[in-house]
Design a protein. Sequence first.
Lengths: 401, 319
Amino acid sequence: MTAISKEERTARQGSDKCFVPNIVLITLSLGLLMLLWSVDSVSIAPNRIVPGSGFMLWQALGLPGALLVSVLIAALAALALTPQKRFYSAQLIIIALLLLLMPFGLMVAGALLIEPDMPQARLGVSGGFWCLLFVMLLALVEVRLRLKLSRLWPALLLCFVAAVWWLCALSWLDHVALVQEFKARDAQFMRALQQHLVLVGVSVSLSVVLGLALALAMRRFSRLNRLGFALLNFVQTIPSLALFGLLLAPLAWLASQVPLLARLGVSGIGMAPALIALVAYSLLPMVRNTYTALDEVDEATLEAATAMGMRSAQRFWQVRLPLALPVLIEGVRITAVQAIGLATVAALIGAGGLGTFIFQGLGQAAMDMVLLGALPILVLALLVDASLGALAERLRPEGMQ
Amino acid sequence: MIELIDVEKRFGGVAAVEGISLRVPSGKVCALVGTSGCGKSTTLRMINRLIAHDGGEIRLDGQPIDSVDPVQLRRRIGYVIQHTGLFPHWRVARNIALVPRLLRWPKERIEARVAELMALLGLSFDELAHKYPHELSGGQAQRVGVARALAGDPDILLMDEPFGALDPLTREKLQEEVARLQSSLHKTIVFVTHDMDEALRLADHLVIMRAGRIVQQGSPLALLRAPEDPFVESLLGGLERGLKQAALMRVRDHMGSLGPSLPSASRISIDASLRQGLSIMLRDHAERLTVVDGKDVPVGELSLRRLIKETQWEQPTSP
């Protein structure tokens, strides 16, 4: 026993000595460096309507600030040359640091670039800044995989970063255009966020229940199998906007014919058609994953359950379902992330949600308003993705890892 | 007692097994042997109704199995399969406790039973009870599989190639273990194998199957002595048959009395098999061996000439 572990240890040390440079991280950080020194990081506009003028990193942060950021990113690349575990840990710290420094960078930029006599001036966030955010998220994923961390930790880190950003935005980032857009309509934002969450929550829970039922029915009656999947695949090919449109006439007619439904809030536009469409789209990934999950459970294990004298209900609840659960939760994760994105379109038929800002902003050519809708959707999707992913990981029975 | 009377199973009109009749008295071990696809697994799985038989009758202790609820029936029958079929999401202790839990035994009784079985199979409770199946070695996992099958204290044990996936050393060890357990537990066992040595070692009753039918059945020695056709003979080892037969015979039943002087410097234990005796004779160039008891005291002699003269290799104390 000890001999083996000693051998393993020396083998591991041996493999540590011939490191393979992490090409992914090196490429990402060097590319990012080039972008940061060649693309605008922020822009300043005198008011909401006039397009702003861009500023480079060293103009926004001052030379010392720009150098600090560059050194941190260069360190990321340098550590990736001879990657070992503690280097990856260091990279994790650098990534977290950069993410946390970003709102403070905006503060510095605001102080450096905005003259006191321009109260209407707005600080816009431009390409360089977004690249930094995007590359940091990618690097975080890469480092997580290398450190073999559970998905839970990056999710917690992102939550922490988001909280810091939120605090900064509320207290010090008044000049940032996004914050101004938010402060101008915070009640509206909160309502839209709530509507979005309701749309996603209700449609996902409905499709989980329906999907489970449908998958079970398909398993039992194999004839239903082909028909079901054909139908769900067909629904998936209809463009979302068209589906909303298609539902408009029949639902309006239904509501006019059945007063009870009308009283329940069913109409051609609004929540009802949005929910129906979202559920219709969510069913395919849900059913497909549930079906596969239940189907992939090892036949020998199930036969053993029968042979030991388990009744079919016992076998389902105690063996098949627990063993299928991780894959099943993956299905919920995919469905939820997809629904968060799709719910955006629901704004077009009056169901509200964060899509409202996107379409309003597009109409008014106010990109910051578009961002006010798009950014929370992105954050929401990332959070749901990470937390459900972590849940699936946790539920995976240890014997199956 | 397990009785199969003219049992038949058809898959889509084609007979998978046909005219199977055999009887395993209580406390005896029966091995079903044959090439792959000969219907031996199907036959086994009909006994606990994993597969329903289409014709004939299967009785346990005189009771036709189709007169009992299949779930109740299976809880009375232990079942061991090749790849253990342990539940990967349950720890060892919970896996073993499966049938007692289904039988709704009280908690203390289940705990005591799990500990007892783990001890019986040489599994350390402290070390292994809280591990998951994937953390076990192949041999340990199969021991847990056997423990799980025995947990509800069934009278009958069915084993479908129980040691087929193990390396030869582990397999041999587990075979010994099962033989040792059987000598104290006296279960009625039916097992399927394609390993003839395993069948010869463990079985009281050997059933040779081909293409869904029984070709020959009887005690291992009876079959070795008089295989019915070339197929059975080749299954029984062809030219090696004599040695396989010798492996089943004990020195104690074939030794002569000791003369005034020791017949040879080469010694053999009284509990060894004739096959081992022949091996020592070849190794030491000795026609005669000194048979010693457990305390290394000479008690007799084993003579090659005498063994060869026993043209009809008599069956020792018949089981």
